[in-house]
Design a protein around this ligand. Structure first.
Ligand SMILES: Nc1ncnc2c1ncn2[C@@H]1O[C@H](COP(=O)(O)OP(=O)(O)O)[C@@H](O)[C@H]1O
Ligand SMILES: [Mg+2]
Length: 288
């Protein structure tokens, strides 16, 4: 059966906190935001007047226009599409990428009120030591963390959107879906083969864990169906296994996943799932 095949695991690095340095300097986008040159102004007006963006409650701040401008200049974005999702901290849009590819653009709001929630995931992560409580710094670090986590998950053989670029508070990644519609979330479809879907989901949890990551929001809302595969989204809050609360986050993920598949008629014990997730090799364990 072609559905839900696993990816090859190309050499996953040893698990740990040794991610790419998280750069927190002013970016080119901040500069572009401050700059008032004609091209940038025209760009900003064009985006503001794009039908889909006009309807948005949140107009982007100057530096966000700057980040989008830089992504266009660098060739990651060719044209903007419409919104896919309006979330608590970020909005997701479609856009045209190079060579007629479609990309997804996740734009974080610097002034998101729920940003306080981010602290719990950042405190204790060695990559964010000394970051302080500056809102902008926290959000910018968060976006880079999401990029790094996506890259790490991908290397560990977990199907995630391929990260393409990150600029300030904007993440560009592979778009999942068709020309007509974004890929459906697990919560939005009738799953014909819940056993298989569950086996894939728990193997993804195990691979994330062996790559040193705990998703932290693994649920039917952050997994989509795309081209016969399950794809895991939303890795911004994922923490490394060294995070003091990583166990708690993993337990919560297991409870959510077990409850969801329970509603699909499977008998899943969250403790067994957890045991499987932390096991070295899922082949023979946790399947009773
Ligand atoms: N790369 C993508 N391709 C297609 N749809 C996406 C992509 N990334 C996100 N989405 C859609 O946007 C929604 C919100 O994205 P997500 O990363 O989960 O952000 P949030 O933090 O707002 O939950 C997802 O549930 C999914 O439907
Ligand atoms: Mg989400």
């Amino acid at each position: 059966m072609p559905e839900f095949e696993f990816l090859d695991v190309d050499e996953a690095d040893a698990p740990g906190d040794e991610f790419a340095e998280i750069e927190l300097e002013d970016t080119a986008a901040d500069e572009a935001g401050r700059r008032a040159d004609r091209e940038f102004n025209e760009f900003r007006e064009r985006i503001k007047n794009t039908e889909q963006f006009k309807l948005e409650e949140s107009v982007f701040d100057e530096a966000t226009y700057g980040a989008l401008y830089d992504l266009v200049q660098d060739g990651h974005i060719v044209a903007f599409g419409g919104p896919i999702s309006t979330g608590k901290e970020a909005n997701v849009y479609t856009a045209l990428g190079p060579q007629d590819t479609e990309v997804a653009v996740k734009v974080y709001r610097i002034n998101a009120s729920e940003f306080v929630d981010m602290r719990g995931y950042l405190d204790g992560d060695p990559r964010f030591r000394g970051i302080g409580s500056d809102k902008k710094k926290v959000v910018l670090a968060w976006v880079r963390k999401e990029y790094a986590n996506l890259e790490r998950a991908r290397k560990a053989g977990v199907r995630v959107p391929r990260p393409i670029a990150v600029e300030r508070n904007v993440l560009v990644m592979e778009y999942l879906g068709t020309d007509e519609d974004r890929a459906k979330r697990l919560s939005e479809v009738d799953i014909e083969n819940p056993e298989t879907a569950f086996e894939v989901a728990r193997e993804y949890m195990r691979r994330l864990y062996s790559a040193g990551l705990v998703h932290g929001d693994f649920s039917e809302y952050n997994v989509v169906f795309h081209e016969g595969q399950l794809v895991v989204l939303d890795l911004g809050q994922a923490v490394t296994v060294h995070h003091p609360n990583s166990r708690e986050f993993l337990e919560r993920d297991c409870e959510n996943v077990a409850a969801f598949f329970g509603r699909q008629g499977l008998d899943v014990d969250p403790d067994d799932l957890l045991e499987f997730a932390v096991s070295e090799d899922g082949e023979d364990e946790g399947t009773e």
